[in-house]
Design a binder for this molecule. Structure first.
Ligand code: G6P
Length: 612
């Protein structure tokens, strides 16, 4: 979380920083700030709350003769999201300024030491320690790059830092460890940023920094060294996106646009891997040999948030198709217990961003004990992708809305392809069924289009239920995780307390909460658990709960039981979460819209969680 932009060059610095920060708002949005070198002096501007507040301040305070600047958008970790705690932070004399993404774990010890040298702290943040520390080293070394290198050797934790000093008006220094930072190259100008959207409007030429590398930028040069100052030769890469990929394209919110992109996202995810039902799934990205695949004894999938729900669905299909036991675990749990992962276990990390801190730590732990690590991510340029043994990029395009939608379905498609790929190698699942599944996968984009072109009923349902404060989503089997994901969407963007339950568990406790104030949404897809979920819905009705069904069933009787019936096209039960997820995304979206919530940037959340 937190977004950083740095710029050195002749363009209007404030505009570049503010534009860049607005593209990074998905990383945090509780306060923002920037510092510029203007008329030879460092000037700092900060604002609490949304970036717009900083933009308003800059409107009223034009700056002149700028040579460079650094900007920051914050998701608070240490210290409340106040103006004073907003970045940039500076040293005693105010000549050195720093923006930071991450957490400095040893900041208290460093702070005590620096106070001993006379440093006066003005904020509660860990970042201010870094400003004083670099300034302290600057006093000894009289060179910003050298001071940064000396200072970061003393830091413990995670950081991406961008630093400038008044006395070096054309030198911008950036460094990182366990937090993302890229260098972007222009003509007579250069940039630093947490992520590509911040700079894509200006340049597509980037260099990805690795941990413990220090980049020294002037308008015309970029020098990258290791932490000891030894030059590192880096590869320049060209970003594959157009700036239009991060525009709303006429939709009111990014979330709504991204929900509507799903038919194309599914087509993209299938492209080149499945084109006809008679050929095996092609997954060149999986680097395991057929022999290794046949010998796989276990698969562990680790992920967070929405990606964790995709993992739960994957467990269901991999076990069914491939006959391999699958464990699914939240990365944050995986990393703090003894795991029996070994070299005969395949570890799959799923992550939209590829930079979620807990998942990175988890895959590193798995690699350390010799497991092959397969990463499924939307960001082939991310830290996780770079560390993967095998990589399946899901190609959903940049997802801006904090609540994940299209990336979830893209992940599911990648996981279906993976399960079928393994099943074909192992010959572990009925061939006719596989052929039918492939045919149905190719039809999924058209079926999602049908859902998207009939939204009126979902909108009506959203309006009816938008005033409720609680919700229960029930399902069984493969759609249980879809229920969890639907409930998560509602919680994230409308702040309604929505809980997903396996329908059979309702009577073991949650049923006590049911009355007319607790609506129950039942995912009722024809298949092995249809009748069971229907009975559980009847039990809810008997406790006066108001009921919504999400189903492909044509059974007219359902109208007697359910107040709303949200329809999806008929589909093989194994593939049904791809369809059931879409009305649940839309339901959450419209409820949040009716409530006037900030759909794309819900309170307290951030899209990339780069801290533990
Ligand atoms: C954050 C986001 C979620 C996301 C989760 C995992 O909490 O708000 O939408 O599902 O991180 O992110 P990842 O990028 O690893 O999928």
């Amino acid at each position: 979380m937190c977004g950083i932009v740095g710029y050195v060059g002749a363009k209007p610095v404030v505009k570049i920083l503010l534009d860049g920060l607005s593209k990074l708002e998905y990383r945090g949005y509780d306060s923002a700030g920037l510092a510029v070198n203007s008329d030879g002096k460092i000037k700092i501007f900060k604002a609490e709350g949304k970036l717009q507040n900083l933009k308003d301040i800059m409107e009223k305070n034009p700056v002149s003769n700028t040579t460079m600047g650094i900007g920051h958008i914050r998701w608070a970790t240490h210290g409340a999201p106040t103006t004073v705690n907003a970045h940039p932070h500076s040293c005693n004399c105010g000549k050195l300024v720093v923006v930071h993404n991450g957490i400095i774990e040893n900041f208290k010890e460093l702070r005590e030491e620096l106070e001993g040298y006379g440093c006066v702290f003005k904020t509660e943040t860990d970042t201010e320690t870094v400003a004083h520390l670099i300034a302290h080293e600057y006093g000894k070394l009289n060179s910003l790059p050298k001071a940064v290198r000396a200072a970061v050797k003393q830091l413990k934790g995670a950081y991406a830092l961008c630093v400038m000093h008044q006395d070096e008006p054309n030198v911008l220094v950036g460094t990182r460890k366990n937090a993302p930072l890229i260098v972007a190259l222009g003509e007579g100008e250069n940039y630093l940023a947490s992520d590509c959207p911040a700079i894509i409007e200006y340049t597509k030429r980037v260099i990805y920094l690795d941990d413990d590398e220090v980049a020294v930028l002037t308008p015309d040069t970029v020098l990258i060294t290791d932490i000891d100052g030894k030059q590192v030769v880096k590869k320049e890469e060209i970003l594959p996106w157009e700036p239009v990929a991060i525009s709303k394209m006429g939709y009111k919110h990014f979330m709504l646009k991204e929900i509507h992109e799903q038919p194309d996202v599914i087509r993209n995810a299938l492209a080149g891997k499945l084109h006809d039902v008679n050929s095996p799934v092609k997954l060149d990205e999986v680097k395991l040999t057929a022999e290794q695949i046949k010998n796989l004894k276990r698969i562990e999938i680790i992920a967070c948030g929405t990606s964790l729900h995709a993992a739960m669905i994957a467990k269901y299909i991999i076990e069914a198709f491939c006959n391999i036991p699958v464990d699914v675990e939240a990365s944050s749990e995986y990393i703090y217990r003894k795991t029996v992962t070994d070299k005969n276990t395949l570890v799959i990390g799923i992550s939209q961003s590829g930079e979620t801190s807990d998942t990175i730590t988890a895959i590193r732990q798995a690699k350390a004990v010799g497991s092959h690590v397969l990463i499924i991510t939307n960001r082939p340029d991310s830290i996780m992708a770079r560390e993967a043994d095998s990589l399946i990029p899901v190609n959903a395009g940049i997802e801006v809305s904090v609540a994940a939608t299209k990336s979830f379905n893209a992940q599911l498609i990648a996981l279906y392809l993976f399960a079928i790929y393994i099943a074909e190698i192992k010959d572990s699942f009925d061939k006719i069924h596989i052929k039918n599944l492939k045919q149905e996968m190719l039809e999924l984009p058209a079926k999602v289009e049908i859902i998207l072109s009939h939204k009126e009923n979902i909108m009506k349902c959203a309006k009816t239920f938008s005033s409720f404060r609680n919700f229960i989503y029930i399902a069984r089997g493969i759609n249980y995780a879809a229920a969890l994901e639907g409930a998560l969407k509602l919680k994230e963007i409308s702040y309604i307390n929505a809980t997903g339950y396996p329908a059979g568990e309702l009577k073991h406790g949650p049923i006590a909460m049911l009355d007319e104030t607790m609506p129950v949404l039942a995912i009722l897809m024809p298949g092995v658990v249809y009748d069971k979920v229907l009975s559980n819905a009847e039990e809810s009705k008997a406790r006066n709960a108001r009921l919504i069904a999400l189903t492909s069933s044509e059974d007219k009787e359902l109208e007697n039981l359910f107040e709303y019936i949200l329809k999806v096209p008929t589909v093989d039960e194994y593939l049904s979460p791809v369809l059931t997820s879409v009305p649940l995304q839309l339901l959450a979206y419209y409820i949040a819209e009716f409530l006037g919530k900030d759909v794309d940037q819900p309170r307290n959340l951030a899209k990339s969680v780069t801290v533990e």
